[in-house]
Write a protein that binds this ligand. Sequence first.
Ligand SMILES: Nc1ncnc2c1ncn2[C@@H]1O[C@H](COP(=O)(O)OP(=O)(O)O)[C@@H](O)[C@H]1O
Ligand SMILES: [Mg+2]
Length: 291
Amino acid sequence: MTLFNLGSINADHVYQVPHFPSPGETLAATEFAVGLGGKGTNQSVAAARAGAKTYHIGAVGPEGVWARDKLEELGVDVTHVSQIETPTGHAIINVDKQGENSIVLFPGANFAMEQADIARALDQGGEGDTLLLQNETAHQAFAAKYARNRGMQVIYSAAPFSIEAVREVLPFVTMLAMNQIECEQLCAALETDIERLDVSETLVTYGAEGAEWRGDGTVRRVDSFKVSVVDTTAAGDTFAGYFAAMRDLGEEVQTALKLASAAAAVKVTRAGAAEVIPSREEVDAFLSRRA
Ligand SMILES: Nc1ncnc2c1ncn2[C@@H]1O[C@H](COP(=O)(O)OP(=O)(O)O)[C@@H](O)[C@H]1O
Ligand SMILES: [Mg+2]
């Protein structure tokens, strides 16, 4: 059926620096690149590249038209990406010689979206469709409730982790997706464990150690593929977007896990975020080489 993703759109400004600037210091960067990023964008691109019909619900500022065009080029339907007066969300990412990063994030247009625009987009969805959400936009709880009322599945990536956001959104969630750290933070904050969480499905990723899905009283596991890691940015988003797309396309959980793990493995061999998430054909080619 159809995926809708209420998600962030960010311009990632990446600077290579000899060291992180100290207070009062002016520092020359040695390299600079701009890329398309944001957890929401990454998940939309992953779902679209996996082959699912994917509408991104979001906003860009006056200077962000290139980001919307890029999303569209990568296969995402941008009908519900509005252009508003607030500047596009962006991140200033300094990377030092050790590969450590230091990030300033400006949420911008991602937090200035109107509820009415979200409702208008979700009015196109119904039973059999799915809403994806993360914690980088406004109105997550509103959107989750709205989608549930329309009979849609709601997949929520509780990242970046915020217990207030989780508490608000969780009652409307059908699948909760997290990495290991987010899962530990959530279980500690709610004083529970993953088996006792009040949500029908959970998906926890463990980096190079694989991933685990729980639902219908069962647990399904997948291993990570062994690859030479270049950049783990967007690994979790690639996994979540692929998994959601595969379920939407009617695949069994175990098949969806395997394809998501392969897609994320290919992603981590490439530098960058949304623009280098592999297509379904690339993932199939990777799997046939590994068979
Ligand atoms: N070093 C790695 N080698 C192979 N696959 C990886 C590696 N790191 C991450 N992945 C894949 O990406 C998924 C998500 O990674 P993880 O680190 O758990 O999420 P996040 O990106 O949110 O921190 C993993 O379940 C795995 O499939
Ligand atoms: Mg990780």
